[in-house]
Write a protein that binds this ligand. Structure first.
Ligand SMILES: [Cu+2]
Length: 340
């Protein structure tokens, strides 16, 4: 419950969309109001004293006051009580936001990487946030449209976060909660949605050039719609095995391996060279040598990226050895072949 919903409803604050977010708002408003009152007493008193007790004549002397026990006690004790209230209240609210051990009704493994989020549900449902908004907005693009993370209303949702590369931070303003995604560690983000709608996820740990692209959308729907969405995803997964190699390759390119974060398919430069026109064309390397891009070259680029560094690019790609299967490399090559 939010006591001051009129403030959030009419202000710059997004709607508090989870059970926990109203508590955060109440504490925040208490801080704001108590801060404002202290400000008025302190600065107002100072201004009044400046005028009231200013030196009016050249030879005026001020009274000599050493101390005043009552005043000193009050200006120490009242702030102390306010601070302790903030401490206890903050502890209580923060404790709710950091329910580490609690199991969720829905558990989702979230992996952050430069510069996208992957959400893995049970039943092999995988959602990838868009990495290149420009491409996704292009109506002629063959890419899948941005996928949305769907969760049911009123249930406890637990996101288990980790990172594939650097530090990222998972932040949903409407949920009033934020949690770091740390490589090699699991952190949790637990919430209970109470409002239907679409809510934006931001990365709030500066993580490289496309940091500001690291967004995703969480859609809160009722239980029935959630079940229908899950069934649809499971059916789509079952159908995916009938896809051709190039289509599978495109899904891999778009998916959790993160190729699309660094390689475009429209000729533009991101971190690495575009895949457009790669296959069958001559590549020049930093050491002056060159080669015509064929299957073997692309495979080597994926498994041992440092073997040949494309001229004009940093050696920023890490090896996918052990993270990608032989058939998956073949599918990616088939996909790259289609990008003339
Ligand atoms: Cu990030």
């Amino acid at each position: 419950m939010n006591w001051f919903s009129f403030i959030t409803a009419t202000s710059f604050m997004p709607v508090p969309a989870t059970k926990e977010s109203g508590d955060v708002d109440n504490l925040y408003i208490f801080l704001l109001v108590s801060g404002l009152i202290s400000f008025i007493i302190l600065i107002g008193g100072m201004v009044i004293f400046i005028f009231k007790y200013r030196r009016k004549t050249e030879d005026q002397k001020s009274a000599y006051i050493t101390h005043n026990t009552l005043a000193e006690f009050l200006w120490s004790f009242i702030p102390f009580v306010i601070m302790m209230v903030i401490f206890a209240w903050g502890w209580d609210v923060f404790h709710d936001l950091r329910r580490v051990g609690e199991k969720g009704d829905v558990e989702v493994h979230v992996t952050a990487r430069q510069w996208a989020w992957t959400f893995k549900y049970a039943n092999d449902i995988e959602i990838n946030s868009p990495t290149d908004k420009k491409l996704l907005d292009d109506p002629d693009s063959t890419l899948l449209k941005p996928e949305i993370v769907v969760v049911p209303l009123g249930k406890t949702i637990r996101f288990i976060l980790t990172s594939d590369d650097v530090l990222h931070s998972f932040y949903v303003p409407a949920f009033r909660n934020k949690m770091d995604a740390v490589p090699g560690r699991r952190t949790t983000f637990t919430f209970t949605p109470i409002e239907k709608g679409d809510f934006t996820v931001f990365c709030t740990e500066y993580c490289g050039t496309k940091h500001s692209n690291m967004m995703a959308t969480i859609r809160v729907v009722d239980g029935e719609q959630f079940a229908a969405w899950q069934a649809e995803k499971i059916a789509a997964n079952a159908g995916a095995s009938n896809k051709g190699p190039a289509e599978r390759g495109e899904a891999l390119y778009r998916g959790s391996l993160g190729c699309s974060g660094c390689h475009s398919i429209d000729g533009s430069r991101i971190v690495g060279p575009s895949f457009k026109g790669l296959y069958g064309n001559k590549r020049d390397f930093a050491d002056g040598s060159s080669v015509v891009a064929d299957d073997a070259y692309i495979k080597q680029s994926i498994l041992v990226p440092t073997a040949k560094i494309v001229a004009g690019f940093p050696p920023a790609m890490s090896s996918f050895q052990g993270r990608i299967k032989e058939e998956e490399i073949k599918d990616i090559i088939e996909f790259i072949k289609t990008l003339k």
